[in-house]
Design a protein around this ligand. Structure first.
Ligand SMILES: [Cu+2]
Length: 450
């Protein structure tokens, strides 16, 4: 009897959970309502069977429970019952499979007028490419892939010159226009997913895959990788911004093309030296860092990372959290760098400063720190010198009090809180693995020895 009660409660509980739980489809933002229909059909068919079978089981437990004098009836064959059950099962299975076939037929039939966006996945980052005015993507080759040329575009291919390469994992799409995503992976299996679009597709190294959709609603949607792709899999986020055609056009026009990017002059260290005079007040004349000013060592840090941080301060992605009084000190300072060229110049100057490691000020348990660092090594390198391909900066030789503060800031969300600060957010998720202040000190004690 208790078993029957449990079964009945299980059925009632499941139905209530389905109706009352807040976890269901996110609001649709594409043309793929057919996918929702298909999933709903599957839900109702399997839900119906679940309810009927469990209630039948409960009924049998009650009806045929042990009675002293009762005898079981022997009835091995019941043709009529078997026909009914086979028929009902066949109808149920067909109901679940048929809509899927129609969806798939539509999914592989890309509309002629779809515009093209290429999305490339790598551990743990997305990049996007638009074909530019000629509508044709340039030839690519994995051998040419580098930080400056993340897609490996052939510099001699005329079709590639006007390609727009978006390194930041943030793609824009015009609303109500079909788009075909071409998908490639640089390393392992990934999966391009925007939950609100309902369609998703694997990225397979060595293969080109695709998917298409028509965004139907303006908004900012998160891109997830839905293929377990290594230790940072959960940090592989991006965004798709759906907007009106006009806004999209002006965004696209503001992005540099492949040839414009190649033509950009390198930073001028001599010009940068004059601009650095302001910075020296806090970061020291040699970029060695001044703890009393809370300003870290920046000498010896890589070019791409320095530039990204300065641009983040400039663009309001870093140093904007209300609890980040120290970070805000930098925001006013970068205003002295008028444009991107000025940033390039000052960074070129910082690169000429002597690379002397900062003095250690933090003590901790080296052995525990070494164990904890194993995770960090995937992105920051076993030597702590940073890995450009993974967007993770050098941390060896940095001011350790600064590293400790950053780890606390990442953990508490003071750094990496802005929705467009993907790299800060990524590190924020990794920072969650350090559970207490002792762990921070231990790991820094280890980093100090690298
Ligand atoms: Cu992935």
């Amino acid at each position: 009897m208790p078993l029957a009660v449990v079964l009945i409660l299980l059925v009632i509980g499941s139905i209530l959970f389905h109706i009352l739980s807040p976890w269901f489809f996110t609001e649709l933002a594409s043309n793929w309502s057919m996918v929702d229909f298909t999933m709903n059909v599957t839900f109702y068919v399997t839900g119906f069977v679940f309810v009927v079978v469990n209630l039948f089981l409960a009924y049998c437990v009650i009806k045929f429970r042990y009675k002293k004098d009762a005898r079981a009836a022997y009835e091995p064959e019941n043709k009529k019952l078997e026909y009914i059950l086979t028929g009902l099962t066949a109808i149920g299975v067909a109901a679940m499979l048929t809509p899927g076939l129609f969806v798939w037929a539509k999914f592989v039939d890309v509309p002629e007028d779809a515009h093209i966006v290429e999305a490339v996945g790598q551990q743990w980052h997305w990049t996007f490419r638009y074909p530019g005015e000629d509508g044709e993507l340039g030839e690519v080759d994995a051998e040419r892939i580098s930080y400056e040329n993340p897609f490996g575009i052939d510099p001699d291919d005329p079709n590639g010159q006007d390609d727009v390469v978006v390194y930041n994992p943030e793609a824009h799409l015009p609303v109500d226009r079909p788009v075909k995503f071409l998908l490639r992976s640089k390393d392992v299996l990934h999966n391009f997913t925007v939950a609100q679009f309902r369609v998703k597709m694997d990225l397979v190294p060595g293969m080109n895959t695709f998917m298409w959709l028509t965004p139907t609603r303006n908004g900012r949607f998160e891109v997830l990788c839905e293929e377990l792709c290594g230790i940072g899999h959960h940090t592989m986020r991006g965004a798709v911004i759906v907007e009106d055609q006009n806004d999209f056009d002006s965004w696209l026009a503001s992005q540099p093309t492949f040839s414009e990017q190649n033509a950009k002059p390198a930073g001028n260290a001599a010009v940068g030296a004059a601009q650095y005079a302001v910075c020296a007040a806090c970061h020291g004349p040699q970029g060695e860092g001044i703890q009393a000013m809370n300003a870290p060592r920046i000498a010896g840090q890589s070019e791409w990372y320095l530039k990204r941080q300065i641009m983040s301060y400039k663009n309001g992605l870093r140093g904007v959290h209300e609890d980040d009084a120290i970070g805000r000190a930098m925001v006013g300072m970068v205003a002295t760098l008028a444009d991107e060229a000025a940033v390039d110049n000052v960074v070129a100057h910082i690169r000429t400063l002597p690379d002397n490691p900062a003095a250690a000020t933090i003590e901790g348990d080296f052995d525990r720190g070494k164990k904890l660092y194993a995770v960090c090594a995937y992105c920051h390198g076993g030597d702590g010198l940073g890995r450009q391909a993974l967007n993770a900066p050098r941390i060896a030789g940095s001011s350790d009090w600064y590293l400790a503060r950053q780890l606390k800031n990442f953990k508490s969300g003071v750094r990496g809180a802005h929705p467009a600060d993907f790299y800060g957010f990524q590190m924020g998720l990794m920072g969650q693995s350090l559970h207490d202040e002792q762990a921070v000190n231990d790991i820094i004690a280890y980093i100090n020895t690298l």
